[in-house]
Design a protein around this ligand. Structure first.
Ligand code: GLU
Length: 469
């Protein structure tokens, strides 16, 4: 690729990294990786009241978890006020912007008037040709939008979008306290940072003609634009907390793998034939704006859960063992810094991963391998640990105790011999054993379970159950 692609993710740190933001970051990241370009992170923190350092950290944490680390930045807009000021002055000096002294009350009256008449709110232009400052008023700076004609936005997703200039307001580029506003800072930064492609949610499409006019007025080259379709909830309303978790790190807490979320996010607006599961390498290779849809995407938590399960099944036991540790600690199954035999834990995981949709589920199931005491489901205990099973359980315990070569095959042989001798079905022995060892009636294959729990622990648990009958 000849052009040096430079893209950016520009979140406002007024909240956690959410699904929509993460999708924008991901598309930028993919495009950068695909083009051997540069991915820049810019924190748009000029709204000082709503921006916090905690949210900046949370955004960085979310991006790191998803593996979307930036090549340059994070830059903060609050460190860059000088450069915005210079550009505002340039526009003022060239007569492309003007001081506006209208009072908030006056503007409010205009707003109400526009509402009453059902018209789009538009500044009257009253201060455009003022010759003298108005004493005692801290003015704002407004940009002179062209009054006629059209502004064209060429968009890699939406195609050509035309805006009538008479609909565009003389926008405020500097507030009365001297701070710059979004449309100005974004243009100045994108130019200063050499951004070649602006990839963002289409909730910004309405800002784009204003920004295009600012590019023109400042004599800057235009970048390319790609506006991504909105993400909606199942009821077709804009995705919000009502539809479930929207913060990226909430998915960490719920036991999702980052690559499952990445895979899910990329499909919110992009497709590649019928393929659903993509490795990161495939995504980098196949990603293209030609396959980004114009229509809004619908967030489907069930599909995300399904994908997560696919990723769990296909992850190595060793990796899952590592990933599940924080969840085991959180559950109180193990304590922090407890020594765990990771080879053993990987083996335990191997018996459970097919039945775990999340790491939380995996951790819950691992409890019965790890906990000191079996936690019994009372109904299961009453049904299976009673006089009917006592003899079978005792025979099994003795057989296991005498076993030299403690392996799945030997355990299976022993089970078969016992049930044949008693002329009962395997379940007559397997279910009581399952309850004795795991506390409940559902677990992986009983031979595997015994193999994972190990000889000593199995004997201990069997004895305890037999004694309790
Ligand atoms: N800071 C803006 C936001 O968080 C993004 C601006 C942009 O991408 O141009 O919505």
């Amino acid at each position: 690729m000849s052009e040096n692609v430079r893209v950016r993710f520009a979140p406002s740190p007024t909240g956690f990294l959410h699904i929509g933001g993460a999708r924008t970051a991901l598309f930028n990241w993919l495009y950068a990786r695909q083009s051997n370009g540069v991915f820049i992170l810019r924190i748009e923190d000029t709204d000082r009241e709503r921006s916090t350092d905690e949210y900046i950290d949370a955004i960085l944490q979310g991006m790191k978890w998803l593996g979307l680390e930036c090549d340059e930045g994070p830059f903060r807009q609050t460190d860059r006020f000088d450069i915005y000021k210079k550009n505002v002055e340039k526009l003022l000096n060239e007569g492309k912007a003007y001081w506006c002294y209208c009072s908030p009350e006056e503007l409010e009256t205009n707003r109400k008037e526009a509402m009453k008449l059902g018209r789009a709110l538009k500044y009257s232009g009253k201060c455009r040709d003022l010759k003298e400052p108005v004493p005692g008023v801290e003015p704002v700076v407004r940009f002179k939008m062209p009054l006629q004609g059209s502004t064209y936005v060429e968009d890699m997703v939406k195609g050509n979008v035309v805006f009538e200039n008479e609909q565009l307001d003389d926008l405020i580029i500097q507030r009365s306290d001297g701070t710059p506003t979004y449309n100005l800072t974004v243009v100045v930064d994108d130019v200063d940072m050499g951004i070649t492609h602006i990839i963002r949610g289409d909730d910004h499409l309405n800002n784009t003609p204003r920004q295009v006019q600012l590019y023109d007025a400042l004599g800057f080259d235009m970048p390319k634009f790609a506006h991504l379709p909105m993400i909606l909830g199942s009821d077709k309303a804009r995705l919000s907390k009502r539809h479930g978790a929207t913060s990226v790190m909430a998915y960490y807490d719920m036991g999702y793998l980052p690559e499952a979320l990445v895979n899910y996010l990329v499909r919110l607006g992009w497709s590649y034939g019928d393929q659903e599961v993509f490795s990161k390498e495939e995504l980098i290779k196949y990603f293209s704006f030609n396959n980004v849809g114009k229509a809004a995407a619908v967030f489907n938590p069930e599909k995300l859960l399904w994908l997560n399960q696919q990723y769990i099944i296909n992850s190595s036991n060793e990796r899952l063992a590592e990933l599940v540790i924080p969840f085991l600690i959180k559950d109180g199954t193990i304590f922090e810094n407890q020594h765990i035999d990771m080879t053993w834990l990987a083996k335990a995981v191997s018996t459970l991963k097919e039945r775990s949709k999340t790491l939380v589920e995996l951790a819950t199931s691992l409890r019965y391998y790890l906990a000191e005491e079996v936690e019994f489901d009372e109904k299961a205990r009453n049904k299976f640990l009673n006089e009917n099973s006592r003899a079978l359980l005792t025979e099994l315990k003795d057989g296991l105790a005498a076993m030299d070569n403690f392996s799945e095959e030997e355990i299976e042989k022993l089970f078969k011999a016992i049930v044949e001798r008693h002329e009962v079905k395997l379940g007559k022995l397997a279910q009581p054993v399952r309850v004795a060892l795991t506390g409940g009636t559902q677990s992986p294959g009983i031979f595997e379970v015994i193999d994972v729990i190990g000889k000593d622990n199995t004997l201990k648990r069997l004895k305890k159950s037999i004694d309790s009958i």
